[in-house]
Design a protein around this ligand. Structure first.
Ligand code: FE2
Ligand code: FE2
Length: 264
């Protein structure tokens, strides 16, 4: 059996610290073979920098996915090209730095294909079709020898995420949703065997509006105007999912995970 941990969007320093402090214990306790996370909010809540990527890898994360904020800092582009542990949504139009999928290996030698896609509903109409791109991703990962396949679908609309789950059920190992930072309670094995959760949640500050300082976001809703938000502090919560696979790469179970009650 192979056990994979996937953490929801790691948000700012508070999220990176949470990962660094809690990941080793969690990996040991749960016998995790491979620890993955979405990294699009790791640097100050928006984007990924070289330093924040380094911290996440040092925390014990072996693969990182991205989303709509991944390209915010230009300095990350060379790392997206050079570091095979880092993926960004595959359906950005070409040319685009980085890769949309990768092959990672567990300490036991199991090859895990990790892909990344982004939804178009309420996000970007410039993206290629995530459904058609998913078929290509899956074929390429399998051709490259992936025994287990997992895709992070970074999307806003629950409908789009659920539709993609049905499209991939019976062919993909696991589809984990990210981007909303709010964990859904629908983790399950679908009829064809796909392990699916609409959104795994966030690793970051819960006394916030999806990670940002709540007073500032409230001001925006009342005023209709926008400013640069600051990451919130307080009430760190680590959210994600634990996924088990058998020797053939079939999903055995998916369990939503939440660790809370830490001082910030
Ligand atoms: Fe996010
Ligand atoms: Fe996002």
């Amino acid at each position: 059996m192979t056990r994979i941990l996937f953490l929801g969007d790691v948000f700012a320093r508070i999220g990176r610290r949470l990962a660094a402090n809690r990941l080793p214990g969690l990996v040991g306790r749960e016998s995790v073979d491979l620890a993955l996370a979405n990294s699009e909010n790791a640097a100050g809540g928006l984007g990924l920098t070289l330093e924040s990527a380094r911290e996440l890898f040092e925390a014990g994360l072996q693969g990182l996915t991205g989303g709509n904020h991944t390209f915010r800092h230009k300095e990350i582009e060379p790392l997206l090209d050079s570091d095979a542990r880092l993926v960004r949504p595959a359906n950005y139009p070409a040319p685009c730095p980085g890769r949309g999928w990768t092959i990672l290996e567990t300490p036991g030698g199991v090859k895990v294909g990790l892909g990344n896609l982004m939804g178009r509903v309420y996000l970007s109409s410039a993206l290629e079709c995530p459904f058609r791109t998913a078929d290509r991703l899956l074929a390429e990962m399998k051709q490259a020898g992936a025994q287990i396949t997992i895709i992070d679908f970074h999307a806003e609309a629950t409908s789009e995420k659920n539709a993609l789950a049905w499209h991939l059920d019976g062919r993909l190992g696991a589809l984990v949703g990210t981007h909303t930072h709010v964990q859904t309670s629908d983790a399950r094995l679908m009829p064809g065997g796909l392990a699916f959760i609409t959104d795994v949640g966030m690793t970051g500050p819960r006394q916030s509006v999806i990670g940002m300082a709540r007073d500032e976001v409230l001001w925006s809703f009342f005023s209709g105007r926008h400013r640069v938000y600051q990451p919130a502090k307080g009430d760190p919560v680590l959210e994600g999912a634990l996924l088990d696979f058998d020797e053939q790469g079939r999903a055995l179970s998916i369990k939503a995970l939440r660790l809370e009650g830490f001082s910030s």
